[in-house]
Ligand binder design. Structure first.
Ligand SMILES: [Zn+2]
Length: 317
């Protein structure tokens, strides 16, 4: 048995159950909800999040790995209350996404790693909620010196604590190759690294080149949003990788949001995320997994993707 960190405290790895690889309880660009709280209705937003998360739980999802960082508006108290109210287990993350604040940009690698380790070993913010994963991100802004330092800090924090790393990467630009190279330079445990948003590429040889380095690959962002690959294309990518023998290294998710901040007077979000993916974090259960079974992916392989692989990724064995 290995202990896994959730926003409601430690659980046994055997309690993870059906686990989605890359999701968000609530997400925002920046930290407006912390600094300008009058712009939002926290109570209505909480009610909406709990309602959505209850439905996700009722739909058969036991756990989500929540990869929300400070620069995505991480709100640990909100996550705790939403998990309590819904029964959905949430593994929270430390780390930084694409928009490092100036304070992080000016820190050296070890000072940033110290922050990640503190959130892993002691708690996030004023809480004793400990991070269960380290999130980092690289996209069209490229590998600036600050972004590279953050990757190195994540690798060092992973090596120091045994906590896994899960990335956002621009798969069309094949930025996972550089993420892997930097993690390797830092001596990160490569079998504790997951390269996320990999389903945005249909180049199976590229994805296999990452897998050969020992990392996990997350085929997330179901159902896919044009011009990115459709859910059927994501399923086909999975099928090809499964046929090539990578079933023990693949996870799935939606990069979904249970909620976004509601403005005073709103009861439903207006974000187009909720229009293009009305099924939210149940798209896999309702549509994509039945589709996988139709193209010859077996029930055992689905259980591996949704239960055993995320368990191994989080537990380390
Ligand atoms: Zn995400």
């Amino acid at each position: 048995m290995t202990k896994i960190q959730t926003v409601l405290g430690e659980i046994e790895d055997s309690q993870l159950g059906f686990t989605l690889s890359h999701e968000h309880v609530i997400v925002s660009n920046g930290e407006d909800s912390a600094h300008y709280p009058w712009l939002y209705d926290r109570k209505a937003t909480m009610a909406y999040a709990i309602k959505r998360m209850q439905a996700i739980k009722a739909g058969g999802v036991d756990t989500i790995i929540d990869l929300t960082t400070p620069d995505l508006g991480r709100d640990i108290e909100f996550m705790v209350e939403a998990s309590q109210g819904s029964g959905l287990q949430v593994v929270p993350a430390t780390g930084i996404w694409r928009d490092p604040p100036r304070s992080i940009m000016e820190r050296d690698v070890d000072a940033t790693a110290d922050i990640f380790v503190r959130e892993i070993e002691q708690g996030i913010g004023h809480t004793s909620v400990r991070a269960g994963a380290i999130k980092v991100a690289n996209d069209i802004e490229g590998f600036s010196e600050a972004h590279v330092r953050i990757l190195r800090a994540a690798a060092r924090a992973a090596a120091r604590t045994g906590t896994p790393i899960s990335t956002h990467h621009n798969a069309a630009l094949q930025m996972g190759t550089t993420q892997v190279r930097i993690f390797k330079e830092e001596g990160a445990p490569m079998d504790r690294v997951c390269i996320g948003h990999s389903g945005d590429s249909t180049d199976v040889d590229y994805l296999e080149s990452l897998l050969k380095e020992g990392v996990y690959v997350s085929i997330d962002r179901y159902p896919g949003r044009a011009p990115r690959p459709t859910w059927e294309q994501r399923n086909q990518t999975l099928k090809t990788l499964l046929d090539r023998g990578w079933g023990e290294k693949l996870m799935v998710g939606h990069d979904g949001w249970a909620a976004v901040w509601l403005k005073p007077g709103q009861t439903e979000p207006t974000s187009n995320y909720f229009t293009y993916n009305p099924d939210g974090m149940l798209h896999l259960s309702k549509i994509a997994i039945p589709g996988m079974l139709e193209i010859g992916i077996t029930r055992e392989q689905v259980d591996m993707l949704t239960r055993e692989v995320p368990r191994r990724f989080l537990a380390g064995k």
